[in-house]
Design a binder for this molecule. Sequence first.
Ligand SMILES: Cc1cc2nc3c(=O)[nH]c(=O)nc-3n(C[C@H](O)[C@H](O)[C@H](O)COP(=O)(O)O)c2cc1C
Length: 471
Amino acid sequence: MTNHHRIAGNGQIQFGVFFQGVNHTTVWKDAQSGSQTDFESFRRVAQTAERGLFSAFFLGEGLRLREHLGKIHDLDVVGRPDAQTALAALAAITTNIGLVATQNTTYNDPADLAHRLASLDLLSGGRAAWNIVTTDNAWTGANFRRGGFLKHEDRYVRAEAFVQTAKAIWDSWADGAIAGSRNDPRWLREDAITTVKRHDESFDVEITGRLPRSSQQHPVLFQAGDSPDGRDFAVRNADVIFSAHPELEDAKKFRDDIVARTLKAGRPADDVKIFPGQEFILGATAAEAEEKHQWVRSLQVGPETAIAYLEQFWGRTLTEYDPDGPLPDIDPIVDVTNPTRGNAFHGKSAKDLAAQWRADAKENGQSIRQFVAARSRLNGRGLVGSYDDIADKLAEYAHTGAVDGFNITPWIVPGGLDDIVNELVPRLQDRGVYRTEYEGTNLRENLGLRAPLTRRGSLTSTQLTESEEVA
Ligand SMILES: Cc1cc2nc3c(=O)[nH]c(=O)nc-3n(C[C@H](O)[C@H](O)[C@H](O)COP(=O)(O)O)c2cc1C
């Protein structure tokens, strides 16, 4: 499994933007920070992204407000509009950018979700995508008493059945299902629609799809979830992985792992695209960027946020500890870190985790605040540097094939993409690693994807052999 990354990338970098809306990475205490819920903020971010020829505008999903020791965690932005509703509004004021909605398979139903996604796909001219998650954030399950809270492994069983059913619904209208001539006696051609039947432990349904295909056949499938089950699920089903592995060496390893799994699943090496989340903090010079970096971090992780973060893992209040001092010397009062708090922590002993963190912080000379600022970020350190240095760095990502693009998480809304689009994109174009115009009219074309898996027939052995030979 060596150097698979070299065969999978195409020497180009694409961008998506992840308008987070929630999270401590979104700075709200600055005068430049706009509303997280007004449409104007969504409009400005999406149109700036489209001016910068971004492939996708991406929204996450949170089923409940984050809670902390029984109270709503209100140190950061909380609450955001439903993703599909926001994307439907954006579809009307954008032309090329893909519209990606994170939606979970644990608490939804295929007949409904597949229809809403197909609606977005048709109304946007083939620009919709679904980021499939099983979700770890509906932690009490109280929103959804009927379904309860599925165990981690059971969630992927349901996800698999869910996605197969959704695809069957999207494929249930034959090509040319609508008769299309005023002289035809009926609107639909005969036998144009197949009923989808599924009777297994996850679903007991018979569904008639309610819409024809879009220009990209059906929504593009993204996946976010990092466990081995999640990765195998991705290579069986997804077109794009939204990963949590942005650092170059880690990104190469992640690509190697995904390519190996992809080939094993019978798909060509480059069939699953990888877009890690990434934060950019840029300046005209390296010094200016570093100064901005320190300032952004101080706004993202204030003293109370740092303590609250540790409290989640210690299971107790830690307000007596100095945020600028060392990590707490007492042990957590919980046995196992709560698996609902974050996917990296499934089933780890809380005591071991705390001991490890204490040792790491000591070794790096970090205070609680510094440790949390570094630790709590999805995206590692972020890309911090001058426009030119970061353009060179991204060219390196492109040439090594470590990723296909980045899902950029702006630290401020709505102006957080301005320097990226105005300063970084032209430099990437000069280096020949970034598009100068959209390649196609729908998202599938712009991402350089093949036809949906269900529409390919069986993959030819030639395709697989070619991929392997290049390896
Ligand atoms: C980069 C990334 C972004 C994610 N975004 C969301 C999200 O917006 N909403 C959500 O419910 N889950 C999100 N998830 C987590 C998924 O819910 C995932 O299904 C969950 O962590 C369980 O799968 P896993 O154990 O394979 O990671 C995200 C995961 C990753 C890696």
